[in-house]
Design a binder for this molecule. Structure first.
Ligand code: DON
Length: 304
C-alpha cells in the first residue's frame, strides 16, 4: 500500500495545474461543477482503501461506466456475441464521432467510444428485465456502498441533449447493429453515465481489474483471462484519442469520463481513481492524468 503521505504529495504536486483545463459544459449539471476539486484513492488487492484530497466527494462517473457495462455484458453473453457487434481497436477519433460508424458500416471500433457503449447498452437492454436497476445493484455491491445512485438531474439533462448519441444509435440501426428501441436504450445509457460515485467507491469497485477478476467482496466477477483482455482494451482505447499519450506518461490500463474521473490499475497490486473536473483536449482529466503520472513514477510502476 502506498503511504497516505504519498497520495497527499501527488495531490499537492498537481494542484498548480488547476485552471489549465476546461470543465465539460455540454450540459448545465456538469458545467456547474467546482473546477477546483481534486482527489485520489487507491485500493490494494488486500481490500484496503486510502485517499487524499476530495476523494470522498461524489462526482458524475460518465464514461467510466462503460467499464461496468462491458463487464456486465461479459457475464451475460458469449464473447462472440459481443465482438461480432463491437471491435477492439483504438478509434483515432473523438469519443462521440459519427464518422467511423458510417465508414465501417455500423460496427463501432471499440466498446468505450459512445457508439460502442451504445451497442453494449443495447445488448444489456435486450437481455435484462431491468438494466438500470441491475447496474445499480452491481456498482453498489462492487463499491460496498449502498448510497451509490443515479444523478437524475444529469440523466435528464443528457437526455435533453441527446441528438448526437441518438444519431449514432440510429445510424447503427440503419446498418442492423442496434436491436432495441433507441429512446429506451439511450435512457439506460444516460443513467449509466449519470452514476454518482466518489474516488473511494470507484477504486474499490474497479479492484477486480487489478485482482484477476475477483471483486472486493471476493466473488469472481469475470475470469482471469477476461480481466487480462479487458485491461488490454483499456490500455489501448480507455483514454480515447489520448490513449497513446496516457500509455506513454502513465503506463497503466485506464478509463476516463468527462466528469473528470479516471480509473487506472496496476495489475496484481492496486486499483486507483483520480478526480479533477477540468479536461484536456481529448476529454480526459488534465490534473487526473498528471496525478497518475506522478504516482506511477513515484511507485516505479508501469505495465510496459
Ligand atoms: O454520452 C456522452 O457523450 C457522455 N455522457 C459521456 C462521455 C464521456 O464521458 C466520454 N469520456 N471522456
Amino acid at each position: 500500500m502506498p503511504e497516505l503521505a504519498l497520495l497527499e504529495e501527488v495531490v499537492e504536486k498537481v494542484r498548480p495545474l488547476l485552471g489549465q483545463g476546461k470543465v465539460a459544459d455540454y450540459i448545465p449539471a456538469l458545467a456547474s461543477v467546482d473546477a477546483g476539486k481534486i482527489g485520489i484513492a487507491v485500493t490494494t488487492v488486500d481490500g484496503e482503501t486510502l485517499g487524499a484530497g476530495d476523494y470522498l466527494e461524489p462526482f458524475s462517473i460518465q464514461s467510466i461506466s462503460k467499464v461496468f457495462s462491458l463487464t456486465l455484458a461479459l457475464t451475460l453473453y458469449e464473447e462472440a456475441e459481443i465482438w461480432s457487434r463491437v471491435g477492439k481497436e483504438p478509434s483515432g477519433h473523438s469519443f462521440n464521432s459519427l464518422v467511423q460508424v458510417e465508414l465501417e458500416r455500423g460496427k463501432p471500433r471499440n466498446p468505450f467510444i459512445n457508439a460502442g457503449a451504445l451497442v453494449i447498452a443495447d445488448l444489456l437492454q435486450s437481455r435484462l428485465g431491468a438494466p438500470k436497476h441491475r447496474m445499480l445493484e452491481l456498482v453498489r455491491q462492487l463499491s460496498q456502498n449502498d448510497k451509490v445512485s443515479f444523478d437524475k438531474q444529469v440523466a435528464d439533462s443528457e437526455y435533453q441533449h441527446s441528438a448526437r448519441n441518438a444519431a449514432i444509435a440510429y445510424l447503427m440501426k440503419s446498418f442492423g447493429n442496434f436491436q432495441g428501441d433507441v429512446d429506451t436504450v439511450l435512457r439506460t445509457y444516460f443513467h449509466y453515465c449519470a452514476l454518482k460515485m466518489n474516488c473511494a467507491d470507484l477504486s474499490k469497485a474497479m479492484l477486480y481489474l487489478a485482482n484477476r477478476g475477483k471483486s472486493i467482496i471476493g466473488t469472481e466477477l469475470i475470469s482471469q483471462v477476461q480481466t487480462r483482455q479487458l485491461n488490454a482494451l483499456l490500455a489501448t482505447s480507455g483514454l480515447y484519442d489520448g490513449a497513446g499519450e496516457f500509455a506513454y506518461r502513465v503506463g497503466m490500463p485506464g478509463k476516463s469520463g468527462v466528469g473528470g474521473g479516471i480509473i487506472a490499475v496496476i495489475p496484481g497490486e492496486l486499483s486507483i481513481c483520480v478526480w479533477s473536473p477540468e479536461l484536456d483536449g481529448n476529454g480526459n482529466s488534465l490534473a487526473g492524468t498528471a496525478m497518475l503520472e506522478h504516482l506511477s513514477q513515484r511507485l516505479g510502476r508501469s505495465i510496459f
